[in-house]
Design a binder for this molecule. Structure first.
Ligand SMILES: [Zn+2]
Length: 482
């Protein structure tokens, strides 16, 4: 029953976008899979600490299951796997372990580049380590390993099920449908571009639909006590019912801070939007699903070779809170010195109780920026929560008085430097280094910009003021080498 519905729905959409390119020859091999990573929430199970907002928010029940969802696309010579996790973030060290495990498998098609992104849901279990009860890790014992295995399993399944397929792409602006994404920090700059990529087999059956959108999945809010992927849950459910196949959601630009808004009225049903955590979240997700569906009616084929290039970056940790958390062993990741040498730490007792670090003067994190090209589509893979100013290249000029670094040079930016017809950004890609701000907007010290009495939110959850310049320099190197 499920399969027949899926086939019928797929056929309708393929017809809607035209049949001129629907030849039997296929451009890519594509597979997709979803693997459940829902931790048990029960009185007799270990506590599940929800990540995002304040510490010590314990889950009381599960609203919807969370997943590792993978799509593998190969042009016959080069294959990429893009995995989206319903998590607040997943560190680079974990991603490197997943890549090493994937490399051991003999996959067909071959997977030459693995991208692990997090949706950044604020209703999922802690995988960063700072959301447990006061100064205790919120990571469940064995959970990071489970997520790593799930990523490998999802990629393996996607490869096994891969079929000849065509890719279609469409882009639209979410806020043209209603006030759905807002920016809570000055200056107000909003990136609202939604990208949808759909893979259809030669029989026009939908294999996968990937939706990429610049917004924090946090409709449920800070008082929520239910485990959930937040609005991507009903968005994916809507898409899977409509088209079949596996629906995948990943986040684009989320810094700034780009967050969901209640549009008042559902732009499709014209009914008043529900207010209140769960109903509002579910309605919001269905709206995004419908926006993706609407965009797909204007989808165009995506053709051309696939490639991926990466650049490693060392980020000095300026943030004192991060330094303290790192010293206490709460962040489970390798720490480096300023010269790039790794800091040796004793073997951790377990996944959830990492060892404490010896004191170091200039701790750094190692991360990665990547550029993926699939035909006419360029994808920037950015390891954290980038500000829309850096994505769109819309800086406030002149610089606001009282910002901490007067005359700070403007960074190279993402979309204006891209050369392909389609431009997309995956945020929280392969890492979560926190907010990535333009240095010219950094505003930690009093007096504050915009005549404010209190500092704006952002720097508190950033590694430091050099993160923006360093990551954007790495990005410029990648995009200019094209
Ligand atoms: Zn965030």
């Amino acid at each position: 029953m499920q399969l027949r519905t899926a086939l019928a729905a797929g056929a309708i959409v393929a017809a809607a976008i035209g049949t001129s390119d629907a030849a039997t020859s296929s451009t890519y091999r594509v597979g997709a899979a979803a693997v459940d990573i829902t931790p048990e929430v029960a009185p007799d199970a270990p506590p599940v600490w929800l990540a995002g907002y304040g510490m010590g928010r314990q889950a009381e029940k599960t609203h919807d299951k969370i997943y590792a969802r993978a799509i593998v696309v190969s042009d016959g010579k080069f294959g990429v796997a893009i995995v989206a996790l319903d998590l607040v973030g997943f560190f680079y060290d974990q991603v490197e372990q997943i890549r090493a495990d994937v490399a051991k498998l003999e996959l067909k098609p071959s997977v030459d580049y693995v991208l692990i992104s997090s949706t950044h849901t604020h209703a999922s279990t802690d995988t960063v380590g700072i959301w447990g009860p006061y100064v205790k890790t919120g990571i469940q014992p064995g959970y990071l390993k489970r997520v790593r295995s799930a990523c490998v399993e999802a990629i393996e399944k996607a490869c096994k099920g891969a079929k000849p397929a065509k890719l279609y792409i469409a882009q639209t602006h979410v806020n043209e449908f209603g006030n759905l994404i807002g920016d809570s920090r000055l200056p107000k700059v909003i990136d609202d571009r939604l990208t949808v990529i759909q893979a259809r087999s030669s029989g026009r059956k939908v294999i996968a639909t990937l939706v990429n959108m610049p917004c924090h999945p946090e409709v449920l809010g800070s008082r929520n006590k239910q485990l959930s992927s937040d609005f991507p849950s009903t968005e994916r459910e809507y898409i899977e019912k409509r088209f079949g196949g596996v629906a995948i959601h990943n986040s684009g630009t989320v810094g700034g801070l780009l967050a969901p808004r209640n549009p008042g009225v559902d732009p499709f049903t014209k009914e008043p939007m529900p207010k209140g955590q769960v109903d509002e979240m579910m309605a919001f997700g269905r709206i995004i699903g419908r926006i993706a569906e609407e965009a797909l009616t204007r989808a165009e084929p995506l053709t051309g070779p696939i490639s991926a290039r990466t650049e490693n970056v060392l980020l000095p940790v300026w943030n004192q809170i991060y330094k303290t958390a790192m010293g206490a062993g709460m962040f489970k990741r390798q720490v480096y010195r300023g010269d790039g040498s790794p800091v040796k730490v004793p073997e951790p007792a377990s996944d959830s109780q990492p060892a404490k670090l010896p004191p170091i003067k200039d701790p750094c994190l190692r991360t990665e920026v990547a550029l993926i090209q699939i035909g006419d589509l360029q994808i920037a893979a950015i390891p954290g929560e980038i500000y829309p100013e850096l994505t769109l290249g819309k800086f406030q000029r002149p610089q606001e008085a009282n910002a901490d670094f007067p005359g700070a040079p403007l960074e190279p930016t993402i979309f204006p430097m891209m050369t392909a017809k389609y431009k997309m950004l995956i945020g929280l890609a392969n890492d979560e280094v926190g907010y990535i701000l333009p240095k010219s907007q950094w505003d930690w010290f009093y007096p504050y910009a915009y005549g404010r009495k209190e500092r704006q939110y952002g720097e508190f959850n950033s590694v430091g003021p050099e993160v923006g310049p360093l990551l954007m320099a790495a990005w410029a190197k990648l995009i200019e080498a094209k």
